[in-house]
Design a protein. Structure first.
Length: 280
């Protein structure tokens, strides 16, 4: 189209002029709209193909980073799970202990002025003596004759006191006796130990006395040793023998004598008065 004598600058000028003319015509008359659309449709796949390598390497890098982060996160969560499981075991024990403490503190009688939680640190190995050692003593104002209970009933009484420890005689010991009353009708009697952890007996109950299986035996407060109104045992057997003056009545202690690790030392009105008189 151009002659050989046409200079390079002239050809460039003509190309620019034609381009401007085409752009002007396209802008105002939209004659090249179809051509431009066809070119765009042709070029678009090429652009996408050209971008594939870059997109692939970018995706691969992100994927590798994500997998590495996931592995690290997974390892961290596994470590945390192990720690939490170990803490859960501790929390379960603490929860059970807190429940026992709440039960203990909820057993307060109206006559009780003070109470103290104590831990059983040793149980006597003598099979004929049902006693255990507490981690509280005279430095904590513990005294001989003090009542000891757990969350369910009376456990026994303190019989020996040292500075930091004290020894408790359980209600099931053969040498122990406690005045009780039948909660249903107020009948009074004395409950004695048998040397068996799950068995106590009512002593000298007339054969005609109104006591039935299932009756709840409470402390009567007589003798000023044990406070009034604490659960002690439940009647499990009543035997009336023909010609016998007394019935044989067996009961089961309500306190968990073979399970408790925590007990409660209590100071009642009468015990506080008695202790004050002894210290004078």
């Amino acid at each position: 189209m151009f002659s050989q004598g046409t200079s390079h600058s002239t050809r460039l000028f003509i190309v620019v002029l034609v381009s401007c003319a085409l752009m002007f015509v396209d802008h105002h008359q939209q004659h090249l709209k179809g051509v431009r659309a066809a070119l765009a449709a042709f070029v678009t796949p090429i652009v996408y193909l050209a971008d594939i390598p870059g997109e692939f390497f970018a995706w691969g890098g992100e994927n590798l980073v994500s997998r590495s982060q996931l592995r690290q996160e997974n390892a961290r969560l596994k470590d945390e799970a192990v720690v939490l499981k170990s803490q859960l075991q501790t929390l379960v024990g603490l929860q059970a202990e807190n429940a026992r403490l709440r039960n203990l503190l909820g057993t307060e009688s109206k006559s009780v002025q003070r109470k103290m939680v104590a831990e059983i640190i040793r149980i006597d190995s003598d099979p004929f003596s049902m006693r255990f050692l507490l981690n509280k003593g005279s430095m904590h104002d513990v005294y001989v004759g003090q009542t000891v209970i757990d969350a369910y009933g009376i456990v026994g009484q303190v019989v020996e006191v040292a500075a930091m420890t004290s020894r408790v005689l359980m209600i099931t010991d053969v040498s122990h006796a406690i005045p009780v009353k039948v909660n249903r009708n107020g009948v009074r009697s004395t409950l004695v130990g048998t040397g068996q952890i799950n068995r106590v007996e009512l002593q000298f109950v007339p054969d005609t006395t109104d006591i039935k299986v299932g009756d709840l035996l409470m402390s009567s407060g007589l003798g000023q040793r044990f406070p009034d109104g604490y659960p002690v045992a439940q009647v499990t057997s009543v035997q009336n023998s023909p010609g016998a003056a007394f019935a044989k009545i067996v009961a089961a202690p309500l306190a968990k004598l073979d399970q408790s690790s925590l007990v409660l030392l209590i100071w009642s009105d009468s015990q506080g008065t008695e202790q004050s008189e002894l210290s004078q």
